[in-house]
Design a protein around this ligand. Structure first.
Ligand SMILES: [Zn+2]
Length: 408
């Protein structure tokens, strides 16, 4: 039984499926077509063998890629830190404590303000091809403010992450252990109903290994799955902790020992690289090649946040990964799609195979290589998210918005 009106997208010059049965990790098909059946992919193959459908879109030689999966973003916040960015670009170093500026603004904001700002960022992301985004709390740092941050995030994505352990708030400066008690106690109780994941900023100036282990273990006991901010600003225990606890992902991974790389590979922890942060803080990039050569699964994400990286653009991150981290254009695209899906332990997204969610991006380009080859150029012509066409395909969007019987 079809689960909605079917759409045939044809004239695809290059289709990236991420299905290795078509050859290579990207599973590239040329002169391809794809049929969407409501929210899912129903057929993939050569255009000259495509079945009929209710509606038809000819993309005239464009490349089509899976929707980007941004597995690391901080979108619920208020305030503006452009002045801090300008200061950093004038030579001041980045330190973890700047988070507190955003915390003060977030606590002072209304729910409606926080929701509107987060929605604007999610919309901005979709316009750049991101069809799945993970959203963390972490700028409230009180029971009330973390819980409402997660309630807002849960209205925007199922991939919500409790990050009460982002930084120790000023009121606990003399009692960091007391704050860990709060994060693993009353705050967790209030946040767990809205969260899928638990995260901790394991870094000098934030939370050490023992505190991070306590936070992740408490979250796991409440049914949340662990992920971690690890080894961003210097060597540290975060990656080993991720391996020890079976975290889905260790994010940043900029400063790794050989033992850290081996632990990621052996434990099957995804290394999520966030090159927008290094770009925006003028810091050394993580060594993607070392991870790939060791067999580690690498994801790319934006880390969109008001302090260290205020970009929402996955295409920018792909371009940076290629230019600055020596990834090939194909590796970077894979990491920004299927890699992100693996970092979120999702099997229904990040690839275009029969049965997958119909999340895809039509590029204003003949090849996915253009994402890195033409940095900064808006190459996303339009998207489908769970089969819903973006405004660029308005005729289809109106077909989806009406009764399927009437649209025939
Ligand atoms: Zn982050």
């Amino acid at each position: 039984m079809p689960d909605g009106p079917t759409t045939l997208i044809t004239g695809i010059g290059e289709l990236v499926t991420n299905d290795p049965s078509h050859g290579g990790p990207l599973g590239l098909l040329t002169d391809a077509a794809i049929v969407l059946d409501g929210a899912h992919v129903a057929w993939v193959g050569p255009a000259d063998r495509a079945p009929d459908a209710d509606t038809r879109l000819d993309v005239e030689g464009a490349a089509v890629v899976p929707g980007f999966v941004d597995s690391h973003a901080h979108l619920v916040f208020a305030g503006d830190r452009a002045a801090e960015f300008a200061a950093r670009m004038s030579g001041q170093p980045y330190a973890a404590g700047g988070i507190r500026t955003t915390v003060a603004a977030t606590r002072a904001a209304t729910d409606d303000e926080l929701r509107a700002r987060a929605l604007r960022l999610v919309t901005e992301m979709l316009g750049q091809g991101t069809t799945t985004v993970e959203i963390k709390s972490g700028y409230g740092l009180t029971v009330r403010d973390e819980a409402r941050s997660l309630a807002i995030a849960a209205g925007l994505t199922p991939e919500t992450t409790y990050l009460g352990a982002h930084v120790v708030p000023p009121e606990f400066a003399d009692d960091p252990a007391g704050y860990v008690d709060l994060v693993t106690g009353a705050m967790l109780d209030a946040c767990a109903p809205y969260a899928r994941w638990v995260d901790v900023f394991c870094e000098r100036g934030a939370f050490d290994a023992d505190a991070a282990r306590a936070v992740l273990t408490a979250g796991t006991a409440r049914g949340l799955a662990p992920r971690i901010h690890a080894n961003q600003l210097g060597p540290g225990p975060g990656v080993q902790l991720a391996a020890e606890l079976g975290a889905a992902a260790a994010d940043h991974c900029t400063f790794l020992t050989d033992a850290d790389v081996a632990a990621l590979a052996d434990a099957g922890v995804v290394a999520t690289l966030l090159p927008g942060v290094e770009f925006s803080t003028r810091s050394p990039y993580p060594d993607a090649r070392r991870l790939l050569d060791a067999g580690v699964t690498v994801a790319l994400a934006t880390d969109c946040n008001p302090g260290s990286c205020y970009t929402s653009s996955m295409p920018l991150c792909i371009a940076l990964a290629v230019r600055e981290m020596l990834m090939t254009p194909g590796e970077a695209l894979w990491s920004a799609t299927l890699g992100g899906a693996k970092a979120l332990r999702r099997t229904d997204i990040g690839h275009l195979t029969v049965g997958a969610r119909a999340d895809l991006v039509v590029l204003d380009a003949p090849s996915h290589v253009h994402l890195a080859y033409r940095p900064g150029v808006p190459l996303v012509r339009g998207t489908f998210r769970a089969g819903q066409a973006s405004a660029a395909f308005s005729a289809l969007a109106s077909a989806f918005g009406s009764d399927p019987e009437e649209s025939r």
